[in-house]
Write a protein that binds this ligand. Structure first.
Ligand code: PEP
Length: 257
């Protein structure tokens, strides 16, 4: 049985003060929830990690970062390592988000190095994969997913792959208000799961959690969560307000009851 995971990607939003307010609000809302069947992860900007970690320390809510560098330390100006994220209280880290692939030159090779670094530092990687609109329209969606999954997971053994989470995020649905239909999302998730059978085995495919990301809102989370291969959501815009993110978590919890 795969535990549902809902993560909020706060991107480059929220000052430290605002991040503390949001985390406090979510703690209040989600404490009321019997969310035993659900993992909730907040991924603020680096600057707010320690403070958010403190706010959520006595709750079940967990902390994630939005990226990391693959070396533990060194002369790498501007970078943050897995070791540092662990120290700041993180247990998750988003890797290969499409905004990093699009704007910051992230490739399957760097993604793969970052996944290995996260695992070494006992951080759960959330590996983001997904096609652009152009790739979808050219009928290349499944080829892109294969490329991102297979190359992102290069030399990652079975024991390690069982620890990670995959997020299917069609680029055309991120921040656009366009959500993949539940059927489109299910098709991609099923394809990734079948790929895991080929790359590893049935046990891995049955256990690895696959989140959907792309304009998830309280209005569409139920339909999405009803798909058999969807194990949760990676939420951007709607994770920036207490009400909408808490609502998404509560609705997801209703579906899995
Ligand atoms: C994301 O940032 O991963 C994301 C899915 O964003 P949004 O929910 O705003 O589309």
């Amino acid at each position: 049985m795969r535990k549902t995971i809902i993560a909020g990607n706060w991107k480059m939003y929220k000052t430290i003060k605002e991040a503390i307010e949001l985390a406090n609000g979510l703690k209040r809302e989600l404490f009321k929830l019997d969310n035993q069947g659900i993992d909730v992860v907040l991924c603020p900007a680096f600057t707010a990690l320690s403070e958010v970690s403190e706010v959520i320390s006595e709750s079940d809510i967990m902390l994630g970062a939005q990226d990391l560098y693959w070396q533990d330390e060194g002369a790498f100006t501007g970078e943050v390592s897995g070791k540092m994220l662990k120290d700041a209280g993180c247990s998750f880290v988003i890797i290969g988000h499409s905004e990093r692939r699009q704007f910051f030159g992230e490739t399957n090779e760097t993604v793969n190095k970052k996944i290995k670094a996260a695992l070494i530092n006992a951080l759960t990687p959330i590996l983001c994969v997904g096609e652009t609109l152009k790739e979808r329209e050219a009928g290349k969606t499944l080829d892109v997913l294969k490329d991102h999954v297979q190359n992102g997971l290069r030399e990652i053994g079975k024991e390690d792959v069982l620890k990670l989470v995959i997020a299917y995020e069609p680029v055309w649905a991120i921040g656009t208000g366009k959500t993949a239909t539940p059927a489109q999302a299910q098709e991609a998730h099923k394809y990734i799961r079948d790929l895991l059978v080929k790359l590893y085995d049935q046990e891995v495919a049955a256990q690895v959690r696959i989140q959907y990301g792309g304009s998830v809102k309280p209005e569409n989370i139920i339909e999405l969560m009803q798909q058999p291969d969807l194990d949760g959501a990676l939420v951007g815009g709607a994770s920036l307000q207490v009400e909408s993110f808490a609502d998404i978590v509560k609705k997801a919890a209703e579906v899995i009851k």
